[in-house]
Write a protein that binds this ligand. Structure first.
Ligand code: DC
Length: 229
């Protein structure tokens, strides 16, 4: 199924700009978008709301298989619904991110989300944002991009993003959490955070999102991914 649909996999640590860049690419190419981090955040949030412990692998699998989620976008505003409730804001908190990092370390949860993620690959193409997009979920993706940026700049970006959304955080706490999350994500045995062997690494320190998007679009052209569209 997924082989006919071109997939661009975008990975990178928190604050590397992969969310912004993925959304921008999806808009520019008019392709679908899979925000896989949101799925992990949703599993954790749904588990908490159902009283399922984040340590309970079987309980988490059941949540991952049965949670009703809906992604929609109106202009620049994306909306995520869980069991008919708008959870867009609740998902973006640092706590939700830490929870997601924890449930993402459970192999059974990753397996349970596999088919749901593959279902996002629809014509004319998919931008797949997240950890194991190029290595596990869409190994046949034509272009794999790994975005990086200096940790201080990533903390600053997250800080601005969260403040814009009215979420109150301190830059010092955020920096500490980013380093902590990087370490956990990079050192875990399953789907660790590191570039796939065939990924192109792009350091976005000092670049605007627009400059990063332009670079990736050039690679898309070079790969002949949009030929004919
Ligand atoms: O991209 P994000 O910040 O929304 O992801 C939140 C956490 O979810 C991240 O710290 C690790 C986990 N995650 C994952 O394990 N696999 C993915 N494909 C995406 C996210």
């Amino acid at each position: 199924m997924t082989a006919q649909v071109p997939v661009i996999a975008i990975d990178g640590p928190t604050g590397s700009g992969k969310g912004t860049v993925s959304r921008g690419l999806a808009r520019r190419l008019n392709w679908h978008l899979l925000d896989s981090g949101a799925l992990y955040r949703l599993v954790a949030l749904a588990a908490r709301r159902r009283g399922v412990s984040l340590e309970d692998a079987a309980g988490l699998v059941s949540v991952a298989e049965t949670m009703a989620v809906e992604f929609s976008a109106a202009g620049d505003e994306e909306q995520i619904m869980l069991e008919s409730q708008d959870v867009t804001l609740a998902l973006r908190t640092e706590d939700a991110g830490m929870d997601a990092s924890q449930v993402g370390a459970v192999p059974e949860v990753r397996a349970a989300l596999l088919e749901r993620q593959r279902g996002f690959a629809r014509a004319p193409g998919l931008i797949a944002d997240g950890r194991d997009m190029g290595s596990v979920v869409f190994p046949e993706s034509t272009l794999k991009v790994f975005l990086t940026a200096a940790p201080e700049e990533r903390a600053e970006r997250r800080y601005k993003q969260l403040r814009e959304k009215g979420i109150d955080v301190s830059l010092a706490t955020l920096s500490r959490e980013i380093v902590e999350r990087d370490q956990r994500d990079a050192n875990r045995s399953i789907a660790p955070l590191r570039p796939a062997a065939d990924a192109r690494v792009l350091d976005s320190t000092g670049l605007t999102a627009e400059q990063v998007i332009e670079t990736v679009l050039r690679w898309v052209d070079e790969a002949g991914l949009t030929a004919g569209s």
